[in-house]
Design a protein around this ligand. Structure first.
Ligand SMILES: N[C@@H](CCC(=O)N[C@@H](CS)C(=O)NCC(=O)O)C(=O)O
Length: 372
């Protein structure tokens, strides 16, 4: 069989998630920039006109845009190879995916854009690769300046928040380092959907750009090893005594992972609460939005407090598109299992995420997320 094409980039956050999945699932692929005439003429129209990466193209010309949809596609073909089947692990896997998808953008943007001395040249090369013609270096500089000026503040990466972002990131490094000192993957000896979700922030930006990479290597060597492991086809668990390629038995969610989730909750819960209210407010104000309208990336700003620090950030409907999968898993459980899951989520300070729901559903049409 001919390989599939992964349109992506080495420095792209979301490509990191899809690439790691393809590697671990043993799917033959070739990665290419999304800047060729073929991409613009043939792929982009089938991707709903949205030039986002990752996007994949099959040899027969079929296209899937969006990392969640790409992984869903292969999971449905291979019988859920990376989807745990026991209640707590199912929920935790999906929750980690949701946190990875939208929950760590502040450290990603801060450590990419506020450390020019270390990062600038590295980023200039990478940004030049997304342009096909003309003065690609100049194009890269302009795009980078635009992101710094506009995108960072939109995610709440403002000077008064830098210290908080750095403190929380150090906590992330330390808690995940403690976890990956005990286990090769989040749920034991085999990656789950949540591992792929967290590869988005923890590889593409935080485990690869020069400034955050060196922080990770200095403070969290075992987390760094996980980013390597996630990009290798073999399990790559040589330093562990237990080499079983399996999730932990008895639906165990280890204490080291509970500690990590508790740490993520500090930022994830208040932002999700505020973003949910903001998106629902937008839905109330825009009841006439026709079905199958494309869902925008951001729908206004929301304000919330994290460790006493006021943050304003763009409210993203996509956060709830991914979080709904946690809620759907929960709702599909029997009462006893639901109680156990609630106890677990309470221990992680994450109980509330079961309630952050949009008043209108998001679906997919023509490779775009749309309001149903
Ligand atoms: N929800 C998408 C997000 C993809 C995304 O935002 N990718 C970035 C690069 S990491 C991008 O392509 N940005 C430009 C764009 O969306 O036009 C996914 O999970 O795949």
């Amino acid at each position: 069989m001919e390989p599939i094409t992964l349109y992506g980039a080495p420095f792209s956050l979301y490509t990191g998630r899809a690439r790691s999945y393809l590697i671990k699932a043993g799917i033959d692929y070739r990665e290419e920039p999304h800047s060729s005439p073929h991409f613009y003429e043939s792929v982009l129209p089938k991707a709903g006109g949205r030039r986002g990466i990752p996007t994949i193209e099959f040899p027969d010309g079929t296209v899937i845009r969006d990392g969640v949809a790409i992984i869903d596609h292969f999971e449905s073909l291979n019988g859920g190879q990376f989807s745990p089947s026991t209640p707590k692990q199912r929920i935790v896997s999906r929750l980690l995916d949701a946190i990875g998808a939208e929950g760590l953008l502040r450290p990603c943007m801060h450590y990419r854009w506020n450390f020019d001395q270390d990062n600038d040249e590295f980023l200039r090369f990478h940004f030049s690769t997304i342009f096909a013609e003309g003065d690609v270096d100049q194009e890269a500089r302009e795009r980078m300046a635009f992101i710094k000026e506009n995108v960072n503040p939109a995610w709440g990466v403002t000077p008064e928040n830098h210290e908080l972002i750095e403190r929380l990131h150090l906590g992330t490094l330390l808690t995940l380092n403690a976890h990956f000192s005990e286990y090769p993957y989040f749920l034991g000896g085999k990656p789950c959907i949540g591992d792929f979700g967290l590869m988005a922030p923890l590889y593409g930006h935080l485990g690869r750009d020069p400034a955050p990479l060196s922080l990770m290597q200095i403070h969290a060597v075992r987390l760094y090893r996980w980013t390597e492991r996630m990009n290798r086809p073999e399990p790559d668990v040589g330093e562990f005594a237990d080499k079983d390629y399996a999730y932990l038995g008895d639906d165990e969610v280890p204490d080291t992972l509970i500690a990590a989730l508790k740490h993520f909750a500090i930022d994830y819960v208040p932002e999700s609460r505020a973003a949910c209210d903001r998106v629902n407010q937008w839905l109330d104000e825009n009841p006439e939005t026709p079905a199958v309208t494309e869902v925008e990336r951001g729908l206004g700003d929301c304000e919330f407090e994290v460790e006493g620090q006021r943050i304003s950030a763009m409210a993203q409907p996509f956060r709830f598109y991914v979080l709904k999968r946690v809620q759907d898993e929960y709702e599909a459980l029997g009462e006893d299992d639901q109680r156990e899951v609630e106890t677990l989520l309470t221990a992680c300070d994450m109980r509330e995420v079961l309630e952050f729901k949009l008043t209108r559903a998001i679906g997919r049409h023509n490779n775009l997320e749309v309001w149903l």
